[in-house]
Design a protein around this ligand. Structure first.
Ligand SMILES: Nc1ncnc2c1ncn2[C@@H]1O[C@H](COP(=O)(O)OP(=O)(O)OP(=O)(O)O)[C@@H](O)[C@H]1O
Ligand SMILES: [Mg+2]
Length: 380
């Protein structure tokens, strides 16, 4: 496979200047006062993306995802290392990149298009498609400063996908649009994949990564900690974020899921049987939380996520055992991975997370195939 994006030993440092003298007068009197701190936003990042691949980039807030994309798109210059690109590139960076607030949507389409290297004539030929896709016919002559953030993203996405780049780089923006528009963007991303284009996608939504990416890269405080299959990258990401990975949030978190067990010692179950298991949780304070369980096929398809609101658990300080009972399992034969989390009742903050806490092996000797069996009957 030919590499279309090559990132070799890329680092990016930002200089942060701390002013010692705050007032204008003081600053005029002491022009070079204060200290400069060097901050490593990216350290030694290495990966390649092959033609036609879709790669996700994940990481906590401030881990360097946007900085990395900006380096790839040439908006920022890396402090060290090399980036090589083969093919035309269109990028949807964070909100605010690109558009001129005083100009209308129409003028911005031309401006943005020309930034992506298109001639006026080429933009004219796709202009109607862009407006169509964005669904902003009525607002196309309105200055974009009056657009909502969702409208803004619609227009930017519409331009980026209609200029038919060989490489599409998308930072997070999918989360901004409403659900219907998100679905439309995902459809377009799938079409891009079928056309063999290369996509780099930054997102916080694990579901999106599972749905469209073949591979994912995980950043943690500017360092690349994974470049792996989606399942494996998500496991590493979640464990670093919520587990004992030394992350600041984890240190502050006082709730941990320490194990998942069954009375029989195995997670083997026949289709239609009940499965009962226990989740071991330690907590340093009394609290209530919602228990989330996710079931995935080995190919990464989400089979089920429970309605956490319906699974309230009370935790005592110390060790706790939470019993989960799955009744009449409808799964067909195969191995299913189970993720388990505890989520704060108000606000939904993840208190603890165990990726692939258990692997359930379902045994089935009937004739149905697929993931679940639908109980059915037919009438003549
Ligand atoms: N121009 C800049 N000057 C100084 N520091 C910066 C600059 N741009 C980014 N940073 C810092 O670099 C780090 C990485 O920022 P970046 O925006 O790449 O994170 P991110 O992974 O995209 O986060 P998020 O999930 O919030 O979008 C942050 O600590 C940020 O404060
Ligand atoms: Mg970002």
């Amino acid at each position: 496979m030919d590499a279309v994006i090559e990132v070799a030993g890329v680092a990016k440092q930002f200089k942060i200047h701390h002013e010692r003298h705050q007032t204008l007068k003081e600053r005029l009197l002491h022009p070079r006062s204060g200290t400069t701190e060097v901050f490593d936003a990216l350290r030694d990042v290495n990966f390649t993306v092959g033609e036609g691949e879709t790669v996700g980039i994940m990481g906590h807030n401030g881990s360097g995802k946007s900085t990395l994309l900006k380096c790839i798109c040439g908006v920022l210059k890396p402090s060290a290392g090399q980036i090589r690109l083969r093919g035309s590139l269109a990028a949807l960076l964070e909100l605010g990149a690109g558009f001129q607030p005083e100009l209308s949507g129409r003028d911005n389409v031309y401006l943005y298009g020309s930034m992506l290297g298109l001639s006026r004539r080429m933009i004219e030929s796709v202009f109607d498609d862009i407006v169509d896709f964005s669904e902003l016919e009525h607002f196309i002559d309105t200055p974009v400063k009056f657009y909502s953030s969702g409208m803004y993203v619609r227009l930017a996405f519409a331009v980026a996908v209609n200029v038919a780049p060989e490489i599409l780089v998308v930072d997070e923006v999918l989360a901004v649009g409403d659900e219907r528009f998100q679905a439309k963007c995902l459809d377009r991303i799938r079409q891009f994949q079928r056309e063999g284009r290369t996509i780099l996608l930054v997102t916080h939504q694990a579901d999106t990564v599972r749905a469209v990416c073949e591979r994912a890269i995980v950043l943690d405080h500017g360092q690349q900690i994974a470049d792996d299959s989606v399942v494996e990258a998500l496991r590493i990401f979640r464990q670093r974020l919520h587990g004992d990975g030394g992350d600041r949030r984890a240190a502050a978190s006082a709730v941990h899921i320490t194990g998942v067990t069954t009375a029989s010692g195995t997670f083997d179950v026949r289709r239609g049987e009940d499965l009962v298991f226990e989740v071991d949780v330690t907590s340093d304070h009394a609290t209530t939380a919602n228990l989330v369980t996710e079931v995935f096929t080995r190919s990464g398809l989400l089979v089920s996520r429970n309605d956490a609101q319906a699974a309230l658990v009370e935790l005592r300080p110390g060790t706790n055992k939470v019993q989960v009972e799955w009744r009449a399992l409808p799964l067909l034969d195969g191995v299913y991975d189970v993720n388990i989390g505890l989520v704060e009742v108000s606000g939904g903050t993840v208190l603890a997370w165990l990726e692939r806490g258990a692997s359930v092996q379902v045994i089935y000797d009937g004739r149905a195939s697929g993931v679940i069996e639908i109980e059915s009957s037919v009438k003549p």
